[in-house]
Design a protein around this ligand. Structure first.
Ligand code: ADE
Length: 259
């Protein structure tokens, strides 16, 4: 069970974006929980203003420290009321200036009881409140979006599907791309022939070992071509695979010689 708390200026984006499909059903079933807290509700400004000009000049506006801090405090106090003392709840600031999100991070974060996401807008957030509350700075990739809501949703989706009980079939979280550095192998469903394209013979053979071997070969081929750095990582950690493969080839040669 992970309780996701999102500090945002656009709570409806978060709730709507994550209310459908697998994640929406997981929330309905109580396997995870999701709340979106409107930072604007915590402003003390009579015009409900949450942004101001940056000192030193520059383009755009900055989100001010006070409403962000007070929104965080309200959530943190609520969490502390039900949590063991001394365990600090992670506060993830989604920013292109953070370290890049990846599958292993999703798996780790899925073990947390509560996670707070802080979504920025405009040109960013006053550094002083970030220093005060943020534990992790995380980006979803080397491009800049207009706000942190989409990155937060991306991360929540990836983390939530690693929480036990969220996916129907528990193992499917593990067997897909990246859980072992490899990209996914191609998959086929009915009919056996479509637009003159046939399903690869081995998948119809019923030989599970052969199917597994074929799938691994396909994954390796794709990964080597598309993501060579992931392939190298896999190869380094799976040297025995290449030894076994070489041995197999040798045995084959030996039998052929004997013939
Ligand atoms: N906010 C804007 N762009 C972002 C990105 N690429 N990752 C995380 N947060 C962001």
């Amino acid at each position: 069970m992970v309780n996701f708390h999102v500090l945002t200026l656009f709570p409806e984006m978060i709730i709507q974006g994550l209310s459908a499909s697998v994640i929406g059903r997981a929330v309905d079933r109580g396997v995870i929980s999701l709340e979106a807290v409107n930072i604007r509700d915590y402003t003390v400004n009579k015009h409900k203003k949450v942004d101001d000009y940056p000192y030193g000049g520059g383009a755009g506006m900055l989100m001010q420290a006070q409403p962000v801090y007070d929104a965080w405090k309200a959530v943190a106090e609520k969490i502390d009321a039900h949590k063991e003392k001394g365990k600090r709840t992670k506060v993830i600031y989604v920013t292109p200036g953070g370290c890049t999100f990846h599958q292993a991070m999703a798996k780790e974060l899925a073990k947390e009881e509560d996670l707070i996401f802080l979504c920025g807008h405009y040109e960013g957030i006053d550094e002083r409140v970030l220093e005060e509350i943020v534990t992790d700075y995380v980006s979803i990739g080397d491009y800049v979006l207009t706000g942190g809501e989409l990155p937060a949703m991306v991360m929540i989706d990836a983390i939530a599907r690693m929480v036990p009980g969220v996916l129907g079939n528990q193992d499917s979280g593990e067997t897909e791309s990246f859980s072992n550095y490899l990209l996914e192998y191609p998959q086929y469903s009915r009919p056996e022939s479509w637009m003159d394209k046939k399903v690869p013979e081995v998948l119809l053979s019923g030989d599970h070992k052969k199917v597994e071997e074929w799938r691994l070969e396909q994954s390796l081929e794709r990964t080597k071509a598309i993501r060579p750095e992931l392939y190298d990582k896999w190869a380094k950690e799976n040297q025995d695979y290449f030894v076994r493969k070489a041995k197999k080839a040798c045995n084959l040669k030996e039998t052929m010689v004997n013939y």
